[in-house]
Design a protein around this ligand. Structure first.
Ligand code: SF4
Ligand code: F3S
Length: 108
C-alpha cells in the first residue's frame, strides 16, 4: 500500500484525495492517512502531493517507517473519516511545508 508521511503534517493540501479511485484517504485534524486495506497501489496520488508526502510502503524513508503502522492505525480510527473532496490547505501550510521534524505536531 501507499503511505502518507511526515511532510503532510500541518499542510494537508488534499490534492491527493481527488485522484484516488478507491477513496481510501482518511482525514484527521492536520494530517491524512491511506487505508492500507483499501489502497490498490495505483500510484496516482504520488505526483499530486505538493510536498511529496506519499510513498510506496517499500520506499518509505528509513526514519519514517513508523508511518506505515500509523496510517493503518489512524485509518481504522472511527474519528478519521474518509475524505474524497479537495479542501483548502491548512492556514500555515506554506510555512510547515519547509519544516522537517514535525511529528510532534501530529494532532489525532
Ligand atoms: Fe489511492 Fe492509488 Fe494512492 Fe492507493 S496509490 S491511495 S489507491 S490513489
Ligand atoms: Fe497531505 Fe500531500 Fe495529500 S500534503 S493531504 S498527502 S496532497
Amino acid at each position: 500500500a501507499y503511505v502518507v508521511t511526515e511532510a503532510c503534517i500541518r499542510c494537508k493540501y488534499t490534492d491527493c484525495v481527488t485522484v484516488c479511485p478507491v477513496d481510501c484517504f482518511h482525514e484527521g485534524p492536520n494530517f491524512l492517512v491511506i487505508d492500507p486495506d483499501e489502497c490498490i497501489d495505483c500510484m496516482l496520488c504520488v505526483p499530486e502531493c505538493p510536498v511529496d508526502a506519499i510513498y510506496a510502503d517499500d520506499d518509505v524513508p528509513a526514519d519514517q517507517r513508523h508511518f506505515i503502522a500509523l496510517n493503518a492505525e489512524l485509518a481504522a480510527n472511527p474519528k478519521w473519516k474518509p475524505i474524497t473532496l479537495q479542501k483548502p490547505p491548512l492556514p500555515d501550510a506554506a510555512q510547515w511545508a519547509q519544516v522537517r521534524d514535525k511529528f510532534d505536531q501530529l494532532d489525532r
